[in-house]
Design a protein around this ligand. Structure first.
Ligand SMILES: Nc1ncnc2c1ncn2[C@@H]1O[C@H](COP(=O)(O)OP(=O)(O)OP(=O)(O)O)[C@@H](O)[C@H]1O
Length: 334
């Protein structure tokens, strides 16, 4: 059976890793990083993207987060060539992205893009053949993926008879067939059960380890936090944060989780007026920016409002960073 990890393709661009991570070919990798440069897109009066720039490096998993309507799908459509920007460019390395590169991107659209009436195995083999694989290799690779993603019982079923989560597994296979250099997934984890999330994230890590650039949008910040090395955060069509997840988490310092006893919790605005940056997480628990030096003062301020039943400092999560840069007063910080 074909190995899922050391495939070579007979097509030019969809041909496995762009650079061997073990050969130290960093410059070769940078030459094939995908760069969105100053992209603006308008729909009539509406500015969907406003001078958006970010990089998707080869060999890493980059998460793309932002509220509904912030411009994620529009950005992805521009990268894949489904939409044209009004201004700006998309580059691979220092060159404008070629049609051949775009055609070879493993793409999983939000609305999913497969043939609903076609049988699972049949359409995956058909797609693999379109990517230039010989028939026997296509069959072997598809069989291996079907087994890996535990959907063997559906191989002869029409796609539209599968559950949403199983359709997503099929779509993931379609986007990885032939070892693409770049994989772009729009909300790949939405609606998946835990086993599917684990399987999918393992597969994405393996693909990144082979040098593939992985870029996916998600509303699930905890997943982006745990899976991605890098993140791009969009707000209202603008990039408000980008970089290694670890650096983004460290940028804002630590936070204290403060829980008030029942009946003594202040309103969110009230607490934020006394302790800048305080925000309600759930129930009577707030997240409050809090460095080592300021923790005694922050605790004193909180105690002025009522009983504090829990007070613990921790490193920021991506969710904290997102809340901070997505808030209206985060605007000035960029
Ligand atoms: N074809 C279109 N015509 C007009 N407006 C559009 C079109 N496509 C997107 N928009 C607008 O552009 C903005 C960005 O939309 P986009 O779908 O890119 O956001 P998103 O971040 O993917 O949102 P979601 O998380 O809800 O999927 C929104 O205001 C949307 O209404």
């Amino acid at each position: 059976m074909t190995s899922l990890t050391d495939r070579t393709s007979t097509t030019g661009e969809r041909a496995g890793p762009a650079a061997d991570p073990d050969t130290g070919a960093d410059s070769a990798r940078r030459d094939s990083d995908l760069r969105v440069i100053d992209v603006t897109k308008r729909f009539g009066e509406r500015v969907a993207l406003d001078r958006v720039s970010f990089t998707v490096p080869q060999g890493t998993i980059t998460g793309f987060v932002g509220n509904n309507g912030s411009g994620k799908t529009t950005s992805i459509r521009i990268i894949t060539g489904l939409l044209h920007p009004d201004e700006g460019q998309v580059h691979v390395g220092s060159e404008e992205v070629s049609d051949a590169f775009r055609a070879a991107i493993g793409y999983m659209p939000e609305e999913r893009g497969l043939y609903p009436d076609m049988k699972v195995e049949q359409q995956l083999v058909y797609l693999a053949r379109l990517y230039g694989m010989p028939k026997a290799e296509a069959r072997d690779e598809v069989a291996a993926w079907i087994e890996r993603l535990a959907i063997g019982q559906y191989r002869a079923s029409k796609l539209n008879t599968l559950s949403l989560g199983n359709q997503q597994r099929v779509q993931l296979i379609a986007s990885l067939l032939g070892g693409p250099r770049m994989v772009i997934l729009d909300e790949p984890f939405s609606g998946l059960d835990r086993a599917a999330v684990t399987a999918m994230s393992e597969i994405l890590h393996e693909a990144a380890g082979r040098g593939t650039g992985i870029f996916f949008s998600s509303h699930q910040l905890d997943l982006v936090d745990s899976i991605c090395e890098r993140a791009v955060i969009l707000k209202d069509g603008r990039v408000v944060a980008e970089g290694p997840v670890d650096e983004l988490r460290d940028r804002g310092g630590a936070v204290a989780m403060v829980t008030f006893g029942d009946g003594s919790a202040p309103g969110a605005e009230e607490l934020a007026a006394a302790v800048p940056g305080a925000r309600l997480l759930h129930g009577t628990t707030f997240a409050v920016p809090c460095d080592t030096d300021s923790s005694a003062r922050v605790l004193r301020e909180c105690l002025r409002f009522g009983d504090v039943t829990e007070f613990s400092r921790r490193r920021q999560t991506l969710s904290d960073v997102f809340a901070e840069v997505s808030s209206d007063d985060g605007d000035e910080e960029q």
